[in-house]
Design a protein around this ligand. Structure first.
Ligand code: ADP
Length: 580
């Protein structure tokens, strides 16, 4: 039974049928019993003691006793003899018909008749029997007779048939009314239920926009109201969940750490762009844990771990150092999986390495002059007056030179540390770039001359002004020109040229000196990096000049570029923004 309407119709029909059956049964039984009862009351009223005596007297009057008896009985109007339905018989002791109202000469032996044959009045009839009867024994001088009244219940049956027909007709009408009522009732019930069904379907499809109209105050009305409330709560919860999900996915998308999630089967289910970048490979759901992190962890072991635990590992992927944190993300094995978070520590490692190298370099750079100073000072101290004055003077000079070198190193380091901590103050002034170059040129000319270098300068008259810390810019230029003098064998060619670019001014120092091997070029700006350590030290270099120059230029928004051909020469170019 699919629809509510059909169910309702069936219930109503069954209800009516049950009601009519009960009513009908009671009615038919009532009618039957009433008639039987009425029959015997009638008989009792007729067959009084007096009437029985009268019957006995009539029977004794002559030979035609049976006929007289019949006539007497038929004359009793309240016996209701009507030949077709109710008859009277006069029988002898053996129930042979002696006379009858309907001329029949036999009767069936009934229990009442048997009673009368035994001399007792028979007056008992069941509702189920097809007849009602009464048998009264009459004794007379002429013989013993039985007066037998037999009713074929035609009147009762006709009445019952009539009642039945009424019942059936009212049943048919009742059924028709009930079907119509059921349809109407079903309509009343079904309409809001249909609306509810449509509503639930919409909610199931994720559309929460429509609110159902509450049309009644009954249970369906309450259900509709509750449904609306439920949909509202659901919508709120869903939007909260959605919000959280968006937050998480944005976080996931933009976080710098790489994240890869593996499902319970060990295959990739989620990953973020950082993960792809760090692993330098495209990830997809067909990849298994063992394929990506097989060397760093065991998937089954990770999955079996407690949620609060995690495993740390280190992975190297195409030059990147990755710290891995691997943990199961649910203790429910069926829905769980493993989450791997990757932290790129390449830069950190590099910084750590640089720091270690730097400390080692500083110690080394300071130890060399200190060792020299100590040994010379000890020699002077131990030899006392024996040391020739000239040698003592030489030793003292070495000590002074080494001390100066240490002072230079410490000063350079201080400058760099100020750059690092951002504490270096710039004394910005506006001055013509050419004057700074001229100033350096004048300062180094003698040194260049002493080395037999041919130092030239070519500065266009239109060189603009710059806004910078003049002392530091001159320090940079001085460092570059000094390097050219230092790293060019005596009698070399050194040229200083300058010019203007797009809002910039540039200076180029070119020499035909020892040059720099190509492999060393990218490392020149590292602190303490020197191509030829001995030569640098000999000429008083600290290995910090170019690093400081780069820092100063960057601080001014400028840059420095070095190109070189090993054993042929070097060209250093600096650019600075021109003052507006
Ligand atoms: P240093 O104090 O040793 O000169 P710098 O930082 O100024 O330190 O230079 C770093 C290194 O670069 C030098 O040790 C040298 O090997 C190389 N270098 C710099 N300028 C030149 C140049 N003009 N020709 C050849 N090598 C150079």
């Amino acid at each position: 039974m699919r629809s509510l309407r059909m169910k309702l119709i069936l219930i109503m029909v069954l209800l009516i049928l049950a009601l009519m059956t009960v009513v009908g049964t009671f009615l038919i039984n009532g009618v039957g019993n009433f008639y039987i009862h009425e029959f015997y009351v009638q008989m009792e009223n007729t067959f009084t003691q007096d009437f029985i005596l009268q019957l006995q007297a009539t029977a004794s009057q002559g030979e035609d006793g049976p006929e007289r008896l019949r006539e007497l009985l038929m004359s009793q109007s309240n016996l209701g003899i009507d030949i077709t339905n109710r008859n009277v018989y006069v029988l002898d002791q053996e129930a042979n018909v002696l006379d009858s109202s309907n001329q029949k000469d036999t009767v069936g032996i009934t229990s009442n008749l048997l009673s009368a044959m035994n001399g007792v009045v028979g007056q008992d009839s069941s509702i189920n029997a097809a007849y009602m009867d009464l048998a009264i024994p009459i004794s007379s001088e002429k013989g013993n007779y039985i007066v037998y009244i037999l009713d074929n219940k035609y009147t009762v049956n006709a009445l019952i048939a009539n009642v039945l027909s009424i019942i059936f007709r009212s049943l048919a009408l009742g059924l028709a009314i009930c079907v119509v009522l059921s349809i109407l009732l079903a309509q009343i019930l079904i309409t809001p239920i249909r609306a509810l069904t449509a509503g639930t379907r919409q909610v199931a499809a994720g559309d929460f926009s429509q609110k159902l109209e509450v049309t009644s105050r009954d249970e369906i009305g309450t259900l509709t109201r509750n449904f609306n409330n439920m949909a509202q709560v659901l919508q709120n919860t869903l939007s909260q969940v959605e919000n959280e999900r968006n937050k998480l996915s944005t976080l996931f998308l933009h976080m710098t750490d790489g994240v890869v999630a593996f499902g319970v089967t060990g295959f990739v289910i989620h990953y973020n762009p950082a993960a792809t970048r760090m692993l330098s490979r495209a990830l997809d759901p067909t990849m298994h844990f063992s394929e990506i992190f097989g060397q760093e962890g065991n998937f089954e072991e990770l999955l079996a771990m407690d949620r609060s635990q995690y495993v740390e590992a280190r992975k190297t992927a195409s030059g990147c150092q990755l710290d891995l944190f691997m943990a199961p993300f649910s203790s429910e094995h069926t829905y769980g999986g493993v989450l791997v978070v990757m932290h790129d520590v390449t830069e950190q490692e590099k910084n750590e390495q640089t720091r270690r190298e730097f400390v080692a370099n500083v110690s080394h750079e300071l130890r060399t002059p200190l060792t020299n100073i100590k040994s010379y000072a000890e020699t002077i101290a131990s030899s006392g007056e024996e040391l020739p004055p000239q040698l003592r003077a030489n030793f003292m000079e070495v000590i002074i030179n080494e001390t100066d070198r240490m002072t230079r190193i410490v000063q350079d380091l201080l400058t760099l540390s100020k750059f690092d901590s951002g504490k270096l103050e710039m004394n910005l002034t506006r001055f013509p770039f050419a004057t700074a170059v001229e100033h350096v040129y004048a300062a180094v000319s003698l040194d260049a001359q002493n080395h037999g270098h041919h130092l030239t300068r070519q500065l266009p008259p239109s060189l603009p002004e710059i806004e910078a810390d003049r002392e530091r810019i001159e320090q940079v230029i001085m460092n570059i020109v000094s390097n050219a003098i230092k790293y060019t064998p005596d009698g070399g060619e050194i040229s200083i040229t300058a010019g203007t670019g797009k809002g910039t001014v540039w200076l180029q120092v070119a020499d035909n000196g020892i040059g720099i091997p190509e492999k060393d070029l990218p490392r020149l700006f590292e602190r303490f990096y020197r191509v030829d350590k001995a030569r640098s030290r000999e000429s008083g270099g600290t290995g910090l000049g170019l690093s400081i120059a780069k820092e100063i230029l960057n601080q001014h928004g400028g840059d420095i570029v070095i190109t070189s051909q090993y054993k042929e020469g070097t060209t250093v170019t600096i650019t600075l923004p021109a003052a507006l």
